[in-house]
Structures are given as C-alpha cells and as structure tokens.
Design a protein. Structure first.
Length: 114
C-alpha cells in the first residue's frame, strides 16, 4: 500500500511538472518599451531635435534660393568667367545642402528605428 501511495504522489508531482513546461507566454517587447516613461521622454527629445534640424534646413534652403535668385538677376551684368565661377559656387552649395538634408533624413530614420 505504501508503494502505491508513493507511486501515486510521484505521478501527480510528475504531471504538475509537465504542465508547467507546456505553458509558454509571448510578449511584444516593443509595446512594453514604448510605454516606459524614459522611452517616451527620449522620443520627445528626438522629436524636438528633428524639428530644430528641419528648421535649420529650411533656413538654409531659403538662403540658397535667395542666392540663386540674386545670381539670376545679376548674371547678365557678369562676365563669362564670373558667371562660371558663381555657377560652380552655387552648384557646390546646392550639393552640400542636399548632402546635409540626406544626412538629416538618415539620422531621423536611424533614431526612429532605435
């Protein structure tokens, strides 16, 4: 009788262990992390930095457009050599601006991914 009781208790305990291993939980860490106050504060800071960067790029774009407009207004009075130099300068400034804009977009995408 004692062996039967021990065997029954052993089988019951064994079944509890088996059931515990079957229970598997899944979670989405992105949801949990997005609700943390620290992450929300960092997201807000990133948003502010991106807005500042966008504002600076907008100011640069306006300044560059003004230079193009000034050049177009004055190019008839310039010599061929002066025009070529100014055009090269404006092309270089435009390329620098486009590189800066692309760099800013890449930074924004990287920050959103992290």
């Amino acid at each position: 009788m004692k062996k039967l009781t021990v065997l029954t208790v052993f089988l019951i305990l064994l079944s509890f262990d088996t059931k515990a291993q079957v229970k598997i939980g899944y979670t989405n860490p992105e949801v949990i992390l997005s609700q943390l106050p620290e992450v929300q504060a960092i997201d807000k800071e990133i948003g502010i930095l991106l807005q500042k960067k966008d504002s600076l790029l907008a100011i640069q774009a306006i300044a560059l457009q003004k230079e193009f407009d000034d050049y177009n207004a004055a190019k008839d009075a310039m010599s061929l050599e002066q025009r070529q130099l100014k055009e090269q300068e404006l092309i270089q400034k435009n390329q620098d601006f486009e590189e800066e804009r692309q760099k800013s977009l890449n930074e924004a995408q990287q920050r959103q991914l992290t």
